[in-house]
Ligand binder design. Structure first.
Ligand code: CMC
Length: 420
């Protein structure tokens, strides 16, 4: 017999269905609650609210487990590439060699961006925020590709690979604009269209020269680790916008804006600023943490809305930071400072009692900095990596054919005022 929860309210008893996920997660289904009782549930910040059922990503926040489509993140990090993982997320299964080849070739085909859009980019001030330029340009793509406005189109592979391809070109062009250099024509970039080459070509479009293989691999790993993270702020934004039947590109442009904030993807900029400040001003990391505990400021790259354990992505990146810097012969004092901050924090009751651990942003910036990526670009790179996740989330909303997302509220403002 199907399980239910019993709710007693105003002398009335109702049965609420229980939904169980494939990993044993349990939810009380309240979709009929208001109809049956007149009550709604109240959960500001949605920490107890499942906004959907989803087949894409599983997180066990207490144990620090992350899996894309059932595959442990550690295994994908070791064996897969960003594009293969993107295909896995979007299509729901590990691609065959032939399917992956088709996907990679589509991305190669769609890499050029219309010169008109690159001209719009040139109109931005050089010092404009790269995230402002990215979200504007992704929306701008709709103007040059009106076919993406038709959300019923059957060839979703064309639409999704177009976005994954063009966001790379745009991100590189945004970087070059911000340093006063012209965009590099993607057609000029030599090399075969292989899954592992997505990142190498991206770095080439940014810096104008082929990166060392280990550098390209490290950025590929960063992209892969950022590729999805279930119902976070930007993915929920993407789903919310998509639920109104807005097209994929518009929904992802909105997700970029959600990612921008320092409590979400923008944290990778903030932690780098904090590490640089500690280094430049010669602040003792232990003293810096005293200010955190006195709540003068937060330690960015630490804590997470749901993880109550070490973020598995941070664990992988912590090791990768060491390896990448060694392979590049780079010695960065900021890595030493980050290690000290982590060591002290993880032994301190303030962080231990609140279950605050390093998150994905804590070490990613140190790796990107070693590659020569300026801090202001960090969140743009996060967005490039997160694109497959947003695409998969948007597609799932479309496939589920659900209702437009529309939470309710409890109104607490003035009642029945008289107009003077
Ligand atoms: N530094 C210092 N104290 C913190 C931090 C931090 N980074 N994070 C949480 N706390 C404290 C907070 O002050 C509060 O203390 P108290 O109980 O005394 O009031 C307690 O921990 C719970 O904090 P909260 O704000 O209620 O927790 P939250 O779950 O809403 O916050 C968070 C999650 C990620 C916004 C927060 O941990 C934070 O601001 N971290 C820094 C920003 C950051 O690194 N964000 C990236 C998140 S991971 C990448 C991504 O997916 O975007």
């Amino acid at each position: 017999m199907a399980r239910t929860a019993t709710l007693n309210i105003d002398g009335k008893t109702i049965e609420l269905p229980i939904t169980e996920g494939s990993e044993g997660e349990l939810a009380v289904d309240v979709t009929k609650l208001r109809d049956q009782t007149g009550y709604i549930t109240l959960d500001p910040g949605y920490r107890n609210t499942g906004s959907c059922v989803s087949d894409i990503t599983f997180i066990d926040a207490e144990k620090g487990i992350l899996r894309y489509r059932g595959f442990p993140i550690e295994e994908l990090a070791e064996k897969s590439s960003f594009l293969e993982t993107a295909s896995l997320l979007i299509h729901g299964k590990q691609p065959s060699a032939e399917e992956l080849n088709t996907f990679v070739n589509l991305i190669a085909k769609h890499t050029p961006v219309n010169p008109g859009l690159l001209n719009i980019l040139k109109g931005f001030p050089q010092e404009a925020s790269p995230m402002a330029m990215l979200s504007a340009c992704i929306n701008g793509l709709c103007g040059y590709h009106p076919e993406v406005l038709d959300i019923e189109r059957k060839d979703f592979d064309e639409t999704s690979s177009k976005l994954i391809a063009k966001v790379r070109t745009l991100a590189a062009a945004i970087y070059r604009h911000s340093v006063g250099k012209p965009a590099i024509e993607p057609a000029d970039i030599p090399g075969p269209a292989k899954a592992g080459n997505y990142t190498a070509k991206f770095l080439q479009m940014m810096f104008g020269e082929a990166p060392k293989p280990e550098v390209a691999r490290a950025l590929d790993l960063i992209f892969l680790l950022h590729a999805d993270h279930e119902q976070n702020c930007s993915a929920s934004t993407c789903r919310m916008v998509g639920s109104s039947h807005a097209n994929l590109f518009a929904s992802c442009a909105a997700a970029v804006c959600a990612l921008w904030g320092p409590l979400h993807g923008g944290a990778n900029v903030e932690i780098m600023n904090q590490l640089e400040q500690i280094h430049k001003d010669g602040i003792d990391p232990d003293d810096f943490l005293k200010g955190v505990k006195e709540k003068k400021y937060r330690l960015f790259g630490f804590g997470h809305p749901i993880y109550r354990n070490y973020d598995p992505r941070a664990r992988i990146l912590s090791k990768a930071a060491e390896d990448v810097l060694a392979s590049m012969n780079v010695s960065d004092p900021l890595l030493k400072i980050a290690r000290r901050l982590e060591q002290v924090a993880l032994a301190d009751d303030y962080f231990v009692s609140r279950k605050l651990y390093p998150n994905v942003d804590f070490y990613s910036g140190i790796i990107m900095r070693a590659m020569g990526v300026p801090t202001e670009m960090f969140t743009v790179l996060f967005a490039v990596g997160r694109m497959p996740g947003w695409i998969a989330q948007w597609k799932e909303v479309r496939d589920q054919k659900g209702k437009i997302y529309r939470p309710r509220q409890i109104y607490t403002g003035p009642v029945n005022q008289t107009y003077a």
